[in-house]
Design a protein around this ligand. Structure first.
Ligand code: PLP
Length: 366
């Protein structure tokens, strides 16, 4: 039998993650200068990173011969979240903590529930652990919590929820989520992925970390990749019960977060000015793009994240026309939405470039 036929069948069944096209790759493919390209494809922060994070990282360069010490960041997060350090698990990006949770609770013979059009890492993490996936049809492109609760089977050990969700930007009011937590069996883990939490308007936001005392089966994940602008450093975290955090730390690779990422994240957490500026830029950019696309006659899903998902019809063809003009957005056919494009909110100038490229594409001038 061929060597690769000996691999685990559930690994062979995984479809690989499709990342947003890197700027350098489009530059090579189209022969365009790198700095002429606008990338609005991976929900990255258009302001870059906090200057405080950058300064902290420069200082941390002097420590690179040493293995990392994650005390400072855990301590800062404990203060930030009002929880003990023993409830915090650090990850090489929050994808890493999602994977740890799956490895702690999932295996062949067990199942995980997730929503149609939800984040691609949930199926990846679940299938890598050998579990069966139960995909629940979305309601208005968002999670249908009642249907998700009804989808729980005796062998279900985990439920994935993204709030707000990527790639749809949909948002579940916290009151609904809390009711859901009260109804889910206590022996089923609920992972609440809050990668875009900081983009929710303060009036609508609830600090779910206060729920951990009431729901020992809740695991909250957050990241430094989005509003904190540190996607390339790979740093995120989970908040959980002391017992779950302990189990996750057993499967965590020792030293999974590097010195530069730890230093940058600790400083970024403290840079409230940068977070406020990123939030404000996102609000303004969201308005700019919504009014632009509405003018062109496109519909969209109202978004609570730093991106917007737009119905364009033949998204593959439109995407090609945008790429030719040096504008990278994200086709989401892989999420079962072949008629939609997801566009990250950029700077005012980036958004303008996108809208112009969209207009050109409509007029068939490209
Ligand atoms: C971007 C994103 C993350 C963050 O991933 P990192 O590994 O922290 O970069 C997590 N969940 C969702 C839904 C996301 O969109």
């Amino acid at each position: 039998m061929a060597l690769c036929d000996q691999s685990l069948p559930y690994v062979r069944a995984i479809s690989p993650y499709q990342p947003g096209k890197p700027i350098t790759q489009l530059a090579r493919e189209m022969g365009l200068p790198v700095d002429s390209i606008v990338k609005l494809a991976s929900n990255e922060n258009p302001l870059g990173m906090s200057p405080k994070a950058e300064a902290a990282m420069e200082k941390a360069i002097a420590t690179l011969e040493r293995y990392p010490d994650d005390f400072e960041l855990k301590n800062a997060l404990a203060n930030h979240c009002g929880l003990g350090m023993e409830r915090i698990v650090l990850g090489n990006g929050s994808n890493d903590v999602l994977d740890m949770i799956a490895r702690v609770f999932l295996a062949p013979g067990r199942s995980a529930v997730f929503s149609q059009h939800a984040f691609a890492v949930y199926p990846l993490a679940s299938l890598s652990a050998g579990a069966e996936l139960i995909a629940v049809p979305a309601k208005d492109f968002g999670h249908d919590l009642e249907a998700m609760r009804n989808a729980i089977r005796p062998n279900t050990r985990l439920i994935w929820i993204a709030n707000p969700n990527n790639p749809t930007g949909t948002f579940l009011p916290f009151r609904q989520l809390k009711t859901f937590m009260q109804e889910v069996p206590e022996d089923v883990v609920v992972v609440l992925d809050e990668a875009y939490n900081e983009y929710i308007p303060p009036a609508e936001r609830v600090d779910t970390s206060t729920w951990l005392a009431e729901f020992p089966n809740l695991v909250i994940t957050r990241t430094f990749s989005k509003i904190y602008g540190l996607a390339g450093l790979r740093i995120g975290y989970a908040l959980a019960s002391v017992e779950i955090a302990d189990l996750m730390n057993r499967v965590r690779q020792p030293f999974n977060c590097n010195n530069l990422a730890l230093a940058a994240a600790t400083a970024a957490l403290d840079d409230h000015e940068f977070v406020a500026r990123s939030y404000a830029l996102n609000r303004a950019g969201m308005e700019q793009i919504v009014s632009g696309i509405t003018c062109f006659g496109f519909s969209h899903i109202p978004s609570h994240g730093n991106f917007i998902t737009i119905k364009v019809g033949d998204a593959a063809a439109l995407n090609q026309k945008l790429l030719k003009q040096g504008v990278i957005v994200r086709p989401i056919a892989g999420y079962g939405m072949p008629e939609w494009l997801r566009v990250t909110i950029g700077t005012e100038a980036d958004n303008q470039r996108f809208l112009e490229a969209l207009e050109n594409a409509q007029q068939r001038t490209v």
